[in-house]
Design a protein around this ligand. Structure first.
Ligand SMILES: *Cc1c(COP(=O)(O)O)cnc(C)c1O
Length: 412
């Protein structure tokens, strides 16, 4: 199977599991065990040598010892994620933040500097700006991911402050879906010596709709809790990249104890089978909803990537990097916070809740929830004011979604 080239839709349901490894079971078995029996003493020693040094007779055989270090369901999910991301290897954690924390702790040391794009997920911002700074890291940001001068200025400041180790970008970014030009990031990173690692948070599009590694990122991080899980009932995070970078993250995961459990891995494998169908339907609905909102007199600034003006730098990046606009974006309603609250309280079908990428459509008010702790000035610089709402469009019938929003907007 591995030597036949496959399309992403096929990879999503076939990669990572061979029935020959599971007594012929057609679907992946669930291996609920925390430890593994060794056939003999020498093999046990060889397995440990392979795990820690990747040498000896067990190297590359993926034998198991104790489930914190790895287990069969984790192997299957990691293999499938690596195949979908077009990566040599992948490592899976028990949340997206556990994945981001491992990246930060593996690559940043006291005195080093980090640059990130803005807006960025609140948890990622907290990890770098509030936590890593306590260990002596210096953190800088740029706000326009398609503007070379802006990005170059942030990278220059960071490189002058200390060795620049990491450039972390989120594209499209949560909650406004603004894009970062990954090729530009990689080019500017290449002007710094030694070259900083480029990490892209691909949560908003996921592996079916964007492949950051093909556009210059060294590591692709995805919160699997969102579209990949896809039903609003799982937490997990993945990182894809080259074998050496991923191996370091896996060894660090063993120290941190942030591996994903067998049952969640098994559920994620199952969810990934339908990821292409869910993403396509959600993006189809999102385009219709974005057009409806864009034409509504009480709505302004609809940030859906599928509505970007042709000829703009953002549109060029969109066409180069993304296979679709996904289904998470923001818009503003008339009447500031009061208008936004009236809209939210007027919804009957759409749910007012955090998170995104699930099968049902969710709306949230970033200024008083996910961005609550962000200082107002920074929040406004990210394009989030008190009238901004974020929507994560699901897979319901678009007519029902639009009817509900239309009714809620009449109350604004
Ligand atoms: C949710 C999210 C994360 C964090 O993932 P968890 O699985 O919730 O820890 C990181 N980045 C983005 C863009 C997200 O939406």
């Amino acid at each position: 199977m591995d030597d036949v080239p496959m399309h992403p839709e096929t990879i999503a349901l076939r990669a990572g599991y061979d029935p020959a490894s599971g007594l012929g079971a057609a679907k992946p078995p669930l291996y609920m065990t925390s430890n593994f029996v060794f056939p003999d003493a020498q093999t046990a020693k060889d397995i440990h040598e392979a795990y820690f040094h990747d040498t000896g007779p067990q190297a590359g055989k993926n034998a198991h010892t104790y489930a914190r270090m790895g287990h069969p369901n984790l192997d299957m999910l990691e293999a499938r994620l690596a195949a979908l991301d077009g990566a040599e290897s992948a490592v899976v954690f028990n949340s997206g933040m556990a994945a981001s924390a491992a990246i930060a702790l593996s690559l940043v040391r006291p005195g080093d500097s980090v640059v990130h794009s803005r807006p960025i997920y609140g948890g990622t911002s907290g990890l770098y700006n509030d936590f890593l700074t306590q260990f002596g890291a210096r953190v800088f940001a740029f706000s326009d991911g398609c503007d070379e001068a802006d990005m170059r200025a942030a990278v220059g400041k960071a490189a002058a402050a200390g060795p620049l180790k990491l450039i972390v970008v989120e594209s499209p970014a949560n909650p406004t879906a603004v894009l970062v030009d990954l090729a530009m990031v990689r080019r500017i990173a290449g002007e710094v010596s030694p070259r900083p690692m480029v990490v892209c948070d691909n949560t908003l599009l996921g592996p079916l709709m964007q492949q950051p590694l093909a556009h210059g990122a060294d590591l692709c991080m995805t919160s699997l809790s969102k579209y990949c899980g896809g039903h609003g009932d799982l937490l997990g995070g993945g990182v894809s990249g080259n074998v050496n970078l991923v191996r370091n993250l896996r060894l660090l995961r063993t120290k941190l104890g942030s591996q994903l459990d067998p049952h969640s891995c098994w559920l994620f494998l199952r969810s990934l089978e339908t990821l292409p169908l869910r993403m396509e339907r959600a993006a189809y609905n999102a385009q219709l909803i974005a057009e409806f909102l864009d034409a509504h007199p009480k709505v302004s600034q609809v940030t859906y990537p599928g509505l970007l003006a042709e000829g703009s730098p953002e549109h060029a990046v969109y066409q180069r990097q993304c296979k679709s606009g996904g289904s998470t974006f923001s818009f503003r309603v008339a009447g500031g916070e009061a208008g936004a609250f009236r809209f939210l309280d007027g919804l009957r079908l759409l749910r007012f809740a955090l998170s995104l990428g699930g099968s049902d459509t969710l709306v949230s008010h970033p200024a008083t929830s996910s961005q609550y702790a962000v200082p107002e000035g920074d929040r406004l610089a990210m394009g989030v004011d008190s009238a901004t709402l974020r929507i994560s469009v699901g897979i319901e019938h678009s007519d029902d979604l639009i009817a509900d929003m239309d009714r809620a907007l009449s109350a604004v």
